[in-house]
Design a protein. Structure first.
Length: 383
C-alpha cells in the first residue's frame, strides 16, 4: 500500500551544525513550497561564535525537506536576538517549548559534567559531549515538527471549552449508540499482537469526572514476552453527537518489573492541558483534516489526520473491504525522520474498532524497517 497523502514530517537538512535558534521561526508557503525564516541563531565555527538571520527553503509541500539558503544570511549582533512578536500563539508555544528543551539539556549536561569528576571512567566526558549534541539536535527536530503542525493547524491558541451537558453518561453506551470506530461499550476487550508485544485494551465499568464530564476508564496493558511494560488508564468521553474525546491518561511505565515513571500522563484542565478529538462520529466529513488528539506541551502532543473511510486491509483474524477508516497519527515529540522515529497509520473496522496499525517509511509508504505490524487477534464484545 502506497501512502501518498500529505505527511506532517519535516526533515531538517543543513551542513551547519550545531545550530541553536533563540527566537521563534516563521513558516510560510506559496502553494509550491515552504520558507522557514529563523530571525536569530548562533553558530559555532573555527572563527568563534556568530549570529545570523537565515531562511530555509523547501521546494515541495509533501514531505518537505529544508535546505539552507546561504544567500539569505544576515549578520545579527551576537547575544541580541529579536524580541518575540506577532499573534501566532502556536509558534510562540513551539518557541517556548524549544527554549525549555535546550535549557533542560544544558542543565543535564552540567550535572553530568559534575558526575564525571567523580568517576574513573575515562570516556565519561566524551560520552556526555556526544549525548549533549544528540539531545540538542533532538530539541531542534522536535521544534521543526511543531512548526510543521502549526503550519497546518494555524496560529490560534488551542483551547477547548467543553460543556458537560453536551456529553452522555458512559454507562449508557450500547452497541446502538456507540461510535462505530471506537465502541466504548463496557466489557469490550481488544487484544493486539506486535512482535513480542501484547496489548490488551478493555472498556471498564469505572468512570472518572474530568472538567465536570463523566469519562469512562479504558485499561491499556502492554506486556513484552509476558513481562509488564505499561499499565495505563485512558479517560474517554463520548458527546451527544458521537464524537470521542480524549480527556487524559495515567500512564504507568515499568522496567524490570518496577514502576519506572509516569511519562505521558496528563489530565484535561491540569497545567493548561486540553482535551482533543480521539475519534470523530463521522470521519467522512473530515477527510484530510488534521486535528489534535491531546495537548499538554512537552508531554502530550499527538495529532491525527483522516485519510479515508473506504480503505481495505486484512490480517489473519479480521478484515474490512472498502469500509475501513484509515488515519495517520504522529507527534512532534517523536519527529519522523529523526533517529528511528516513523509515522503511524491505523485501520478501523466499523463495529469493531482498530484492527491493524503500523509505522511506515514516509518515503515509500511501506512498513518501516525494524517495525512490526500491530494486529488485532481477538475482540470480545461486552454487555
Amino acid at each position: 500500500m502506497k501512502y501518498s497523502k500529505q505527511i506532517l514530517a519535516l526533515t531538517f537538512v543543513t551542513c551547519m551544525l550545531p545550530v541553536y535558534a533563540v527566537d521563534y521561526p516563521v513558516l510560510s508557503h506559496n502553494g509550491t513550497g515552504y520558507t522557514l525564516t529563523i530571525p536569530y541563531f548562533e553558530m559555532e565555527s573555527l572563527g568563534g561564535k556568530n549570529a545570523y538571520e537565515v531562511k530555509l527553503n523547501s521546494s515541495q509541500i509533501e514531505n518537505p525537506q529544508f535546505t539552507v539558503d546561504f544567500s539569505s544570511l544576515q549578520n545579527k549582533t551576537l547575544g541580541n536576538p529579536a524580541s518575540i512578536e506577532g499573534e501566532n500563539t502556536c509558534l510562540k508555544t513551539a518557541h517556548g517549548a524549544f527554549l525549555a528543551c535546550q535549557s533542560e539539556t544544558r542543565v543535564d549536561f552540567a550535572i553530568d559534567t559534575v558526575r564525571c569528576l567523580n568517576t574513573s571512567d575515562s570516556e565519561c566526558s566524551d560520552d556526555i559531549d556526544e549525548s549533549f549534541t544528540q539531545e540538542m539536535q533532538e530539541c531542534e527536530a522536535i521544534n521543526q515538527a511543531r512548526i510543521a503542525v502549526c503550519g497546518v493547524l494555524g496560529g490560534a491558541a488551542y483551547l477547548q471549552d467543553l460543556d458537560p451537558s453536551d456529553f452522555i453518561d458512559p454507562t449508557t453506551i450500547t452497541d446502538a449508540n456507540a461510535n462505530p470506530y471506537l465502541p466504548l461499550v463496557a466489557g469490550n476487550t481488544w487484544v493486539y499482537q506486535s512482535g513480542e508485544e501484547t496489548v490488551t485494551v478493555t472498556v471498564t465499568n469505572q468512570t472518572r469526572e474530568i472538567q465536570g464530564i463523566n469519562a469512562v476508564v479504558v485499561k491499556d496493558v502492554v506486556t513484552e514476552n509476558g513481562e509488564l511494560v505499561e499499565d495505563t488508564d485512558d479517560w474517554f468521553a463520548q458527546d451527544k453527537n458521537g464524537n470521542i474525546w480524549y480527556m487524559g491518561e495515567l500512564s504507568k511505565n515499568y522496567e524490570d518489573g518496577w514502576l519506572d515513571d509516569l511519562d505521558g500522563s496528563w489530565r484535561a484542565g491540569d497545567e493548561a492541558a486540553q482535551a482533543g478529538i480521539l475519534m470523530y462520529a463521522k470521519p467522512e466529513n473530515h477527510i484530510n483534516e488534521t486535528y489534535r488528539q491531546e495537548f499538554l506541551a512537552g508531554e502530550a502532543e499527538d495529532y491525527a489526520q483522516v485519510i479515508s473511510v473506504t480503505a481495505t486491509t486484512a490480517n489473519e483474524h479480521f478484515s474490512c473491504n472498502g469500509n475501513c477508516l484509515q488515519t495517520y497519527e504522529g507527534s512532534p515529540l517523536e519527529p519522523a525522520g529523526f533517529e528511528d522515529n516513523t509515522p503511524e497509520t491505523k485501520f478501523y473496522a466499523p463495529g469493531i474498532g482498530m484492527i491493524r496499525a503500523y509505522h511506515f517509511d514516509p518515503e515509500t509508504g511501506e512498513l518501516a524497517e525494524g517495525e512490526a505490524v500491530e494486529e488485532l487477534i481477538s475482540f470480545t464484545p461486552g454487555s
